[in-house]
Design a protein around this ligand. Structure first.
Ligand SMILES: [Zn+2]
Length: 237
């Protein structure tokens, strides 16, 4: 096979590897971001629950003070029962005490509801803190794995780029410029295979029988008439 064609095939192989490695090098940091985002979400869940518990605590304090006020009001009303002058006043104070009792029952019910909420929140906080702890350990592990992968990808990328550079030096400048132009214009594929199915491996357009004969002979560099990619012949794999 023509040595220039061989060099182009090699170069294409290296450029395809570089493109795949570059895609990995771009994708892996996003995985790390996703790991951090998931962890931040778990932290936020704990913080939100803690804030709710704080609110409940303040709410309870307010309601307990309200209850003290109501209790004092009842004591005063009961004391007034001894001071009333007639039955009408007596009935009025009794009605007042009855109303205060209801008020007190309602306040006690509310306090109970807040205490129940506090119990539920305490359980939720314990659960979410345990989950967060697990997530943190898992995230550390996952991030270490991804960072190791990323380092390996970057190392390999540097190696392949170096290989590519030295291989490119063996190709005449004008051919290399042409190859790189096609590479950019044709989605990273400048060299396409043609097998016994007789279609361009790049654009899937049929290759003329005469051109197939020339390709098999590989006496000169040929390009696809449809997409302009360099072509080479290979018996079906
Ligand atoms: Zn083509």
């Amino acid at each position: 096979m023509d040595s220039q064609l061989l060099a182009l095939i090699d170069l294409q192989g290296l450029d395809t590897r570089i493109a795949a490695l570059e895609a990995d090098a771009a994708r892996l940091p996003k995985q790390i971001d996703a790991i951090h985002a998931a962890l931040a979400e778990a932290k936020k869940t704990v913080e939100t629950l803690r804030a709710k518990a704080d609110t409940a605590k303040k709410d309870l304090r307010t309601k307990e003070k309200d209850l003290e006020v109501i209790t004092a009001k009842r004591t005063r009303a009961e004391a007034r029962l001894w001071e009333v002058k007639n039955n009408t006043e007596y009935s009025a104070v009794l009605a007042e005490i009855e109303a205060i009792k209801q008020e007190k029952a309602k306040a006690e019910e509310e306090i109970l509801a807040v205490m129940e909420l506090q119990e539920r929140l305490a359980v939720d906080i314990r659960d979410s803190e345990a989950r967060l702890k697990g997530s943190e350990a898992e995230a550390r592990q996952n991030e270490a794995v991804v960072r190791k992968k990323l380092a390996a990808v970057e190392q390999e990328l540097a190696g392949v780029r170096g290989e590519r550079e030295s291989r490119a030096r063996e190709i005449p400048k004008s051919l290399l410029v042409d190859y790189e132009k096609i590479l950019r214009a044709r989605g990273g594929v400048a060299v396409a295979v043609v097998t016994t199915s007789a279609i361009c491996g790049g654009c899937r357009v049929a290759i003329r029988p005469q051109a197939i004969q020339e390709l098999k002979a590989a006496s000169r560099l040929m390009v696809c008439e449809s997409c302009g990619r360099y072509l080479y012949w290979q018996e079906s794999a």
